[in-house]
Design a protein around this ligand. Structure first.
Ligand SMILES: C[S@@+](CC[C@H](N)C(=O)[O-])C[C@H]1O[C@@H](n2cnc3c(N)ncnc32)[C@H](O)[C@@H]1O
Length: 248
């Protein structure tokens, strides 16, 4: 991937070292995409199928898939190259440092697709307040965030967080493909990972909300049943009190 012109790798960071600096910070449009189109991120893009799918559907937007795992990213990066897509890039880094890579207001939308629900520790959850604060540093004011998940735990947590903080929610469904009241549009793209959950009979949850500039966010204080189809080690988690879920 080092030779790929559309992949930027910053995989390692140690607390005692300088923060990674990215030459494209604030200049993705000018110096990489060479257009003024909006930038959309997919966080935790894995194999990049969603990023590539979005780029094919929306040529008038620029898409950047972000993940820490290079081997997974390679397949999406290779596909984008083979398809000659000019509106796709990949950024290999930890999402914890996402605001090191983009200027304030440089990003229009963020997709979070099938993230690990991180039931143990809310600070690792990609929709938690620490992550939303990072996103607020790079998004345009009232920028859009999309969450697609199989996880009842992550859905319940995110829904509660949005309600607690009165964030404007545009779409909120516990069953994306069965809910006749919504237009699916870009949320219809399915990755291999998603198809695996669907084949196991899991309903896909989808939330689209907006994040205002400088939000003062608090964590929700609720009990959330743990997903029983995932492994976890303890029953009480920092940040939330949780109990084992009933069988789905
Ligand atoms: C369950 S996979 C989902 C992949 C993809 N979104 C899909 O739907 O097929 C979650 C991905 O998020 C990435 N990830 C999780 N936490 C991350 C973090 N803090 N920084 C970077 N990548 C992360 C993992 O490496 C993994 O590839």
């Amino acid at each position: 991937m080092r030779e790929y012109p559309h992949v930027f790798e910053y995989p390692f960071y140690f607390k005692n070292e300088a923060q990674p600096t990215c030459h494209l910070k604030g200049r993705w449009r000018e110096d990489f995409f060479h257009n003024a189109n909006p930038i959309v991120l997919e966080l935790g893009c894995g194999r990049g199928e969603y990023t590539v799918g979005l780029a094919e559907r929306y040529p008038e937007q620029n898409f950047i898939g972000v993940d820490i795992k290079g081997a997974r990213m390679w397949s999406g990066a290779t596909e984008a190259l083979n398809k000659g897509l000019k509106n796709v890039a990949f950024l290999r880094t930890s999402i914890e440092f996402i605001d090191q890579f983009f200027n304030e207001g440089e990003v229009e939308q963020i997709w979070i697709t099938f993230p690990d629900p991180q039931m143990k520790k809310y600070t690792k959850r990609l929709t938690s307040t620490p992550f939303l604060m990072r996103y607020s540093h790079i998004l345009v004011p009232n920028g859009i965030i999309h969450l697609k998940t199989d996880s009842p735990f992550l859905y319940t947590y995110t829904d509660a967080l949005l309600k607690e903080n009165h964030l404007p929610v545009e779409i909120n469904t516990t069953d994306l493909y069965e809910d006749k009241g919504i237009e699916i549009n870009a949320a219809a793209i399915q990755t291999y990972y998603e198809s695996q959950w669907l084949s196991r009979g899991m309903a896909i949850k989808y939330i689209r909300f907006r994040l205002p500039a400088n939000p003062a966010l608090v964590e929700p204080d609720i009990e959330i049943p743990l997903d029983d189809y995932r492994s976890y080690g303890r029953t009480t988690r920092s940040g939330v009190t949780s109990r084992p879920a009933a069988k789905l």
